[in-house]
Design a binder for this molecule. Structure first.
Ligand code: ATP
Ligand code: MG
Length: 415
């Protein structure tokens, strides 16, 4: 990709934001704030989010089937589960429209999660013991009227989530899936996303969903809004909300951002709408459910909070917008320009993702600052000084070195 074509460019010396992810993602041209808690994912940001969601998808495909449910539903679903008036962040959309009498007021709900929509769907199709167990998921936008939408994309009023739902004939089967399929898939996903070292599993309440408990995947991070109590003797993490004796000296207190949450719902939603399955003898039994979320846009924000320095973002390679940030300097010199373009084509022809800063008017300092802010893992520079070689520098290292083009290509293919 030619940087001269990228929409938009980095912002220099713009507005100050109160969080690092907002500051770097907005200045880097990854996202744009439409209003509080609502963002456009610009081309660079969309590339990153797609990579995060692709990794998530690959791991979820091992435990469930992907589909896509709508963002909009009717009140009826939420009335049936009893949640229409109990979820405080639920967005209710009025269909009132002077231009059309056909639509009623407050008839619609902007889904904040999907238990209420998927349970009736499952009930319509899978009711025989032969159909169980099964799991479905989608990756989709969610709406929550968050009272405190701050911290950039860590807390949006519109955000993206992967949500998976599992359906079982018994509590044992649900818990087997929960512990031996969902949990390991989550651990693997966060590891692949570059958050493995800093993400812990914390015991938490079931929130809106269940009376008992849930497990949160919490990334230890100063920008996080959650407080965890780490029982250092047992090495167990608890969300603050479930700790009864918080004064005990055995706890170490840490800040964390909740990147995922899994819930054994048991029969809460199936009971609400009488979703039962029929066994071999024709007897009906309650369906056991689990629900499993990952906030993919929040993950993107957390990655920035965890991987940056004073100059910008340092993306883990697997989620970086591009692997290579290629800078051409002294491009007025036709010979140099030709060298950079040759390398650019050589790399892109080999299927390597390259962002080539081909701007002739931008000065060297500006190009380096842009590369640091955007945070691609490898920076290559070709200039008068490099002659027929190339300057190699990793975003997370200080030193650069001049190496041959062949050596650079060898290193890239082994990266
Ligand atoms: P929080 O406690 O942070 O408000 P939650 O517990 O209400 O989140 P869940 O219903 O468990 O959220 O949603 C599953 C996942 O979706 C969360 O673990 C988080 O990663 C993500 N998520 C939830 N709310 C938001 C939000 N407002 N903006 C971005 N991501 C969110
Ligand atoms: Mg949660």
């Amino acid at each position: 990709m030619l940087y001269s074509n990228v929409f938009p460019k980095t912002i220099k010396g713009g507005k100050k934001y109160n969080s690092i992810n907002a500051q770097y993602l907005i200045n880097g041209g990854f996202i744009d704030q439409v209003m509080t808690g609502v963002y456009t994912f610009l081309p660079l940001g969309w590339r990153v989010l797609n990579k995060i969601e692709d990794i998530t998808r690959q791991e979820m495909d091992k435990i469930g089937e992907e589909m896509l449910m709508p963002g909009l539903s009717t009140k009826k679903f939420w009335e049936d589960t009893g949640r229409l008036e109990t979820i405080n962040v639920l967005f209710k959309a009025s269909g009132a429209n002077k231009a059309s009498r056909a639509m009623n007021e407050a008839e619609y709900i902007l889904n904040c999660t999907q238990e209420d929509v998927i349970t009736p769907l499952a009930k319509r199709f899978f009711t025989s013991y032969k159909d169980f167990p099964f799991a479905l998921y989608h990756i989709q936008v969610k709406y929550r009227n968050e009272p405190r939408a701050k911290s950039g994309i860590l807390r949006g009023r519109e955000f993206r989530m992967k949500d998976l739902y599992s359906f079982h004939k018994s509590e044992e089967n649900l818990m087997d899936f929960y512990e031996n399929k969902a949990k390991p898939a989550y651990i693997k996903t966060f590891k692949r996303l570059g958050l493995g070292d800093s993400t812990v599993i914390a015991l938490a309440s079931g929130g809106d969903f269940t009376k008992n408990y849930s497990h949160e995947f919490q990334t230890i991070c100063d920008a996080g809004e959650d407080t965890l109590y780490h029982d250092t003797e047992m090495d167990i993490y608890y969300n603050k909300e479930v700790v009864k004796d918080s004064k005990s000296g055995r706890y170490e207190i840490v800040k964390a951002a909740e990147v995922g949450n899994i819930f054994p719902l048991n029969t809460k939603f199936s009971d609400a709408i009488d979703y039962k399955y029929t066994d071999e003898k024709g007897d009906r039994h309650p369906v056991y459910m689990g629900s499993y979320g990952i906030g993919t846009t929040r993950v993107m924000g957390v990655l920035v909070e965890k991987h940056h320095d004073k100059n910008g973002i340092i993306w883990p390679a697997q989620v970086a917008p591009y692997l290579i940030h290629l800078i051409g300097l002294d491009l007025q010199d036709e010979k140099i320009k030709e060298r950079v373009e040759r390398l650019y084509h050589q790399l892109t022809d080999a299927g390597i993702e390259v962002l080539y800063d081909d701007r002739e008017e931008a000065r060297a300092g500006e190009k380096f600052a842009t590369a640091d802010l955007i945070g691609n893992p490898i920076r290559l520079v070709i200039s008068k000084r490099t002659e027929d070689k190339v300057e190699w520098k990793k975003r997370n290292e200080k030193e650069s070195e001049i190496i041959s083009i062949d050596e650079a290509i060898k290193r890239i293919s082994n990266f």
